[in-house]
Design a protein around this ligand. Structure first.
Ligand code: SF4
Length: 121
């Protein structure tokens, strides 16, 4: 409970709510924001995450592919059913391809920051 600034803690706050906030983030600034959001009923990424539970096991393993219109394809992680996508991609290929596409998309999404920095220089 010490992680949230004392002035942010209202006497009416329940211990369980503070415990829940501390479990969401160890960052004191984030805890203050989460506390304020909770008080004002503002939805956060943590709330949206909890609404997604249980998440898709295929997606968590990275063995679901939607890269083309022949899929979506899912690889059986136990090797008892499908071992390849329609195009012939194995689990290793699908995982590697998904990872690279995710990295490329993330980097592209933040390239504007680099452009802003270079413009300032
Ligand atoms: S595994 Fe191959 S066929 Fe299936 S969705 Fe991905 S790219 Fe398309």
């Amino acid at each position: 409970m010490e992680q949230i600034a004392d002035e942010q803690i209202n006497e009416s706050d329940s211990m369980s709510m503070l415990q829940e906030i501390n479990e969401k983030s160890i960052d004191p600034a984030s805890q203050i924001i989460l506390h304020k959001a909770e008080q004002e009923g503002i939805e956060t990424a943590w709330d949206r995450y909890e609404k997604q539970i249980p998440q898709c096991s295929f997606g968590q393993l990275g063995i679901c592919c939607r890269n083309c219109n022949m899929g979506q394809c899912r690889i059986d992680p136990f090797g008892e059913a499908t071992e390849k996508g329609i195009c012939g991609a194995t689990a290793d290929i699908i995982v590697a391809r998904n990872l690279l596409r995710t990295i490329a998309a993330g980097a592209a999404a933040h390239s504007d920051h680099a452009r802003g920095c270079s413009a300032n220089l």
